[in-house]
Design a protein around this ligand. Structure first.
Ligand code: NI
Length: 395
């Protein structure tokens, strides 16, 4: 039998086991960097498979290792899953809905982790057929700055030796179950948080000439800052600047002393990202000072942009076609959402692909980070099988 057929058959036979793992993790979600029980559950599953691992890396991180026995080789590739859930109250009526109040696996990290465990079980059976080492990274805190990936990199998970590639997957409810998506090159945006306080002098709204009105200054600043996107960003670098919070806590006739604004800045180029931060700060300062106010402008760096290595991603796309069939492998668009897998892709060649988890006929359409999010669990077959197949083909 060909490898693809064998692994498809194994994925079918391990489906119920991996589904049970996924449901357990889904029922007991934990917030970012607090994934103690989830990590213990992953460890005990690895124990039952006889797979060696190191745990408690950067808190709750686990790195497991499967070494091929074919011949001596220093070659290493990494597969990555994330462990954390979100502060969302689940509103699905699923029998395995979250039992932890206010916490939910609404971004599919339960799917990524259970799929990687299923892949581990499969890969472990093929040790005699490859040389080198396949490392399985179960990382904490994807959803919260500074991102578990950045901490694991500091702990040296991409060293001794440096892996040739790192591969990650993510659920995609907009894509039908049974399909996967790849994109070589730029894929997801860098994400920075902006916290601005515009300060003036508040007072009675009837006498603005005696005040320094922070509401008007902040409103004009919001509009003026859109020049970052329309005039300063190169048309060849996608850039987004959005503000979701504008807080002027006065009244019809009361002008407050200060206004708070919060927003997000996203782009796909590190040099431009740094330059944009500086330009925004300088521009906002002189703009507000020119009107007699003062400003605090705090920019908190989020994740870098995510780039899929061209050569690696084209290779894995071809292999995915072998495994899934050409009609089930889609090309994907750029996204301006962020993902901490991006950190890895700035150190070693990486590929972050999507697995379809939606099913319109079954009414499974809710997007990620939504209290109604769920998946067609058939996606777990792809989640474990394709990951195992790609790892064995790449090593
Ligand atoms: Ni996610």
């Amino acid at each position: 039998m060909k490898l693809a057929e064998e692994i498809r058959a194994l994925s079918n036979s391990y489906f119920e086991e991996v589904r049970a793992i996924r449901r357990h993790i889904h029922m007991y979600p934990e917030l970012s960097f607090k994934e103690e029980k989830t990590a213990a559950y992953v460890s005990s599953t690895l124990d039952s498979y006889g797979i060696a691992y190191r745990d408690k890396i950067a808190g709750t991180g686990i790195v497991a290792s499967i070494k091929g026995t074919q011949s001596e080789s220093d070659k290493v590739i990494c597969l990555r899953a994330d462990l954390d859930a979100l502060p969302i109250q689940e509103k699905t009526a699923l029998e395995y809905a979250s039992k932890n109040d206010g916490i939910m696996h609404a971004c599919g990290h339960d799917v990524h982790t259970s799929s990687l465990l299923g892949a581990a079980k499969i890969i472990n059976q093929y040790r005699s057929q490859f040389a080198g080492e396949i490392k399985l990274i179960f990382q904490p805190g994807e959803e919260l700055l500074p991102g578990g990936a950045s901490l694991l990199i500091k702990e040296g998970v991409l060293q001794h030796p440096v892996p040739e590639a790192i591969i990650g997957q993510h659920v995609m409810p907009e894509m039908p179950v049974g399909k996967v998506g790849f994109r070589p090159g730029l894929y997801m945006a860098s994400t920075d948080e902006l916290y601005i306080t515009v300060k003036g002098k508040g007072g009675h709204g009837a006498m603005p000439h005696k005040l320094i009105d922070p509401v008007m200054m902040a409103a004009q600043l919001l509009v003026a800052l859109q020049q970052v996107v329309s005039r300063w960003a190169s048309p060849s670098i996608p850039t987004v600047l959005s503000f979701g919070k504008f807080q002027a806590d006065g009244a019809t006739n009361v002008i407050p002393d200060e206004v708070k604004i919060e927003g997000t800045f996203r782009t796909f180029d590190e040099a431009w990202r740094a330059k944009a931060h500086e330009k925004m700060r300088n521009f906002a300062k002189s703009f507000i000072e020119g009107m007699g106010g003062t400003i605090d402008f705090d920019i908190r760096n989020g994740y870098p942009f995510l780039k899929n290595d061209e050569v690696l991603t084209k290779f894995l796309t071809q292999e995915a076609v072998q495994y899934m069939g050409a009609s089930n492998v889609e090309a994907m668009d750029l996204r301006t959402t962020g993902e901490d897998f991006a950190f890895y892709t700035h150190h070693v060649p990486g590929c972050f692909y999507r697995i379809g988890t939606g099913n319109i006929e079954k009414g499974i359409t809710a997007s990620v980070h939504n209290p109604h999010f769920s998946i067609d669990e058939d996606a777990l077959k792809t989640g474990m099988g394709l990951m195992a197949y790609l790892a064995i083909k790449k090593i």
